[in-house]
Design a protein around this ligand. Structure first.
Ligand SMILES: Cc1cc(Cn2cc(-c3c(Cl)cnc4nc(-c5cn(C)nc5C)[nH]c34)cn2)no1
Length: 288
């Protein structure tokens, strides 16, 4: 389908609402078809009173402002938004294979070739974001969707901001993905930059390959392990993958491997080179 022209005003009557696709903290997502052109999208419906109670209106405004200006194959498109008396509606790109974390839970962990291709796509999307001085700040499997061709799409820019950010924001949800600079209380220059996403990329790489996050523990222990960078990589993880994880999970944000080097890392090159072998491997035809 051609993507919707951008009429200034969208409204609910323009859409035929289909089955619910999922639910989040402040609402639900439905598959929807835009009536005039038959364009399929995902309609995220958020309830205003819940947004007010959760004090997340400003965050939603930022999510809309940031995500509607992004154009990248590994970032979920936000085509538009509208509201009625009780609800806010986000018109989002429909990701044909759904939520990545459900695939990860079902498969427990990903084979190295799949994890490497996902991490290469994440690095490309983050490089695009960081060039625009946007940091996502909430990279985790729950905020990644899978497109119809198996490509991944970062979604949920509710925590994204323009870098650098001097304000401390109370984060909710899992601590697992937080970098040390966001949990260390009272560090003098308690500002952080887009390098927070490099740490989260390291946590994501680990979780794709191991099936659990590297610092997973009780909240207190998790914070302590993160602050000390204490984690062990199981022996079944290849030395190349372990090397990339270790270069991302560095306490000093300035010493984390930059995204352009992530994309040239031996583990990424080994699994993502565009040759016949790589495609054979990814279809599982050749030796693993
Ligand atoms: C509120 C709220 C719910 C969620 C989580 N969530 C995201 C989706 C979703 C989006 Cl935003 C876009 N495309 C999707 N495609 C699917 C899907 C496709 N298949 C075959 N199965 C599913 C499920 N889900 C999509 C749904 N829930 N975030 O905020």
């Amino acid at each position: 389908y051609e993507q919707p022209t951008s009429p200034k005003q969208f409204h609910l009557g323009m859409f035929e609402i289909g089955r619910p696709l999922g639910k989040g903290k402040f609402g639900r997502v439905y598959v929807a078809r835009e009536r005039t052109k038959g364009f399929i999208c995902a309609l995220k419906v958020l309830h205003k009173h819940e947004l007010q109670q959760g004090k997340v209106e400003k965050q939603l405004r930022r999510e809309i402002e940031i995500q509607s200006n992004l154009r990248h194959p590994n970032i979920l498109r936000l085509f538009g938004h509208f509201h009625d008396s009780k609800r806010v509606f986000l018109i989002l790109e429909y990701a044909g294979k759904g939520e990545l974390y459900k695939h990860l839970r079902r498969e427990t962990k990903f084979p190295e070739w799949k994890a490497a291709q996902y991490i290469a796509q994440m690095a490309a999307a983050l490089q695009y974001l960081h060039k625009k001085h946007v940091m996502h700040r909430d990279i985790k499997p729950e905020n990644i969707l899978v497109g119809i061709h198996g490509e991944i799409k970062i979604s949920d820019f509710g925590w994204s901001v323009h870098a650098p950010n001097n304000r401390r924001n109370t984060m909710c949800g899992t601590l697992d993905y937080l970098p040390p600079e966001m949990i260390k209380p009272g560090s003098s220059d308690n500002y952080y930059t887009e390098k927070v996403d490099l740490w989260s990329l390291g946590v994501l790489t680990y979780e794709f390959l191991v099936g659990e996050a590297p610092f997973e523990d009780t909240p207190v222990m998790t914070q302590r392990k993160i602050a000390r960078g204490e984690m062990t990589v199981p022996s079944f993880v290849s030395p190349e993958a372990k090397d990339l994880i270790k270069r991302l999970l560095v306490l000093d944000p300035e010493k984390r491997i930059p995204l352009d080097e992530v994309q040239k890392h031996p583990w990424i090159i080994k699994h993502c080179v565009r040759g016949e072998r790589a495609t054979q491997r990814s279809s599982g035809k050749s030796e693993q």
